[in-house]
Design a protein around this ligand. Sequence first.
Ligand SMILES: Cc1ncc(COP(=O)(O)O)c(C=O)c1O
Length: 362
Amino acid sequence: MTFEEARGAFPVLERYAYLNAGSIGPLPRATYDAIAAAERDELEHGRGTWRYVTRMLEARDRLRASLASLVGVEPELLSLTTSTSEGCRIVLAGLGLTAEDEVVTTDAEHFGLTGALHASGARVRVAKVRDLPADQALDAILVEVGPRTKLVGLSHVLWLTGHIVPLEELRQAVAAPLLVDGAQSVGAIPVDAAAFDFYTVSGQKWLCGPAPTGALYVKDPERLAVALPSYFSQTSYEPDGAFEPQSGALRFDPAWIPVGFLDGLQAAIDGAPDWRYDRAREVTDLCRRRLVEAGYDVVTEPGHGTLVSWRWPDETKEAAQALADAGVLIRDLPGTGLLRASCGYWTSEEDVERLVTGLSAL
Ligand SMILES: Cc1ncc(COP(=O)(O)O)c(C=O)c1O
């Protein structure tokens, strides 16, 4: 697949410099078509038939296998969720923590993770990594880990700075389980989730699937309680609700997912080129370099994820809105004074120049 072919899969790129996959990715034509075809099938052939249920279950199996292969794990250990936030909720609810327990996170996390950490009832210890050089993050996190730590929950790629957290070193240094928020990593950089206890996937960001979609990897499903059961969680149940859980992580599947969403995410995954990570790396480096050359105070160090953040002296929301009016889509990071560009394999050199020109016109 050539770069032009890969880019041609996204109609929105004909109009916009789309630099916001960290919030939600551009929609491929194939995903739209898959959703439309599934909806038409439901309209014309009904939803209550055995044929429909079989098709839905097959689509779940297929998608589970594709997502599992993408993050290097067994399909049996992957739950199909609707988002990263939902994956975090499933883990925190299942751990059954109390006020005596502690969980460790960082000050550069999304509420999708921190909200679930807080709601768990455990004491949340927050490592201050946001304003540190990336190579000092590990030490700052380890300072917060102690004998009461029941979980370390943090992102693979920090959504505010784009920095990669050294997860492998962290895993070796910490006995407590690791919940990795993969919202800014899966689809953006190569991921091998098998090394961790829990790893979340957002389908609608770098994978360019329908919103909301996602997944959760659970290394040892037997050791996490099914605190939020759905019909998919069981193979049989009693009148009082006691149940035999599904095998593996299928027991955590939280909800019915529309067939169009299953097929739509499948189409998005199938349509991505095998050079996706190399190209995303290259164009992120270009974007960072051009912003530095243009004189912006870039906080993202070179060679990390595919996000680039820089300080903006004025209202970030207004800046992002003015850029959107000029056809350049980026994210303002509320309460931080930061603007953020997301660079995907589909991002062109021209998109980066439109960003730099657009900023200079503000
Ligand atoms: C690091 C991080 N975690 C979680 C989320 C929430 O993702 P989801 O919508 O899949 O729950 C985001 C969204 O921006 C994010 O950046």
